[in-house]
Design a protein around this ligand. Structure first.
Ligand SMILES: [Zn+2]
Length: 118
């Protein structure tokens, strides 16, 4: 759970990458967006123009962690972002969202798939 910031994914049909609104959790102020920068090949924070934004170190860390997670997700897509059904290693049934299935049905075990891990 984030302490200072809230990130809400918004639909931007013209973009292939994700866009998130960044808000102050306490005041609900819109601070800017996290979006893909083509020239840098990475997700960046774009500050809202008409507001001076002051951020504590904890706040900036949350922003950094969020962006790092997005970048990691791109490099290693999670099972849940995959539309194909994966065969559960533990019960041999197929699920689109293997991760939440595993969380619900196989407490304490991590999501594993035959298709995924060989
Ligand atoms: Zn299973």
């Amino acid at each position: 759970m984030k302490q200072y910031l809230e990130f809400d994914e918004i639909e931007v049909p013209s973009r292939k990458t994700k866009v998130f609104e960044v808000r102050n959790k306490e005041t609900d102020w819109f601070l800017g967006t996290v979006q893909w920068a083509n020239n840098w090949r990475q997700y960046t924070f774009v500050q809202r123009l008409d507001l001076q934004i002051q951020m504590s170190s904890g706040c900036m860390k949350e922003l950094c962690v969020f962006i790092d997670e997005l970048m990691n997700e791109r490099k290693h897509p999670k099972v849940k972002h995959c539309k194909v059904k994966l065969k559960c290693f533990w019960c041999s049934k197929r699920y689109v969202d293997l991760e939440s299935h595993t969380k619900k049905m196989h407490l304490g075990l991590t999501a594993r798939s035959y298709d995924y891990n060989g």
